[in-house]
Design a protein around this ligand. Sequence first.
Ligand code: ATP
Length: 250
Amino acid sequence: MLEATGLMVFYENMLALNNVSIKCEDKQIVGVFGANSAGKSTLMYTLSGIMEDIQKKENMAGGERITVLGEIHYLGQDIMGLKPSKRARRGVILCPERRRIFPESSVLENLRIGGYLASPSQAKESLAYVFRIFPALKKIKKREGGFLSGGEQQMLAIGRALMAQPSLLLLDEPLLGLSPLIQVLLVRSIKEIRDERRISIIVTEQYARPVLPIVDYAFILENGAAVLEGTREELLHNPDVRSAYFGVEE
Ligand code: ATP
């Protein structure tokens, strides 16, 4: 379904992604785990095409030169040269790190903005779905985004991404800064979304443990390079991975 090969991203002379190849099969949940600065957001920006916008902004401001190399195939087609909006139309939707919801717009407005690619009937159906999977949002649909708790903001960010009709949802550190209880709830919702919407999901996290129960396959990024990959079971049975990434003591 998605296959990225040999991705290299340079911020000026700094190598942020070093020959990274990752794959996500149809209806899989794929985890990408790595410490701070490992390159998770850079990877998500590159897959979604947002990197192209960042490149342009930097060029216009006379800032740093960003170079992106490699190949990305989605549903058998090369999408590397496509703008983020074109990739979104093909179903590749990013839910960015730190939510980035619109703080002065209501919950409902935030969701409607997410649905701009959808037909009115799709938007209606998706909105009903978002309120079903995150009933908490329905209760606060008129509240401004800026007044939501961290967990509510993350639900809203995922809801907004769902409104855009993803076939591949890219979730960048959705659990960041949330309490363990909310993390469990969100992880359960992410699995439900995959099962019920029958979509594929790539999720990045610094700590693998909370998301591990729902991933089919995972990659480990270290200093911009994919150093290990495997199914959930393969990674869990690897002693180095267990202690270093999953917080499981031997
Ligand atoms: P985090 O968990 O902190 O979000 P990450 O795994 O998402 O980390 P990235 O944000 O992709 O990592 O960053 C990878 C590396 O690239 C880091 O060393 C970071 O400092 C650097 N970097 C990211 N964005 C830029 C930029 N616009 N210009 C220069 N360097 C950058």
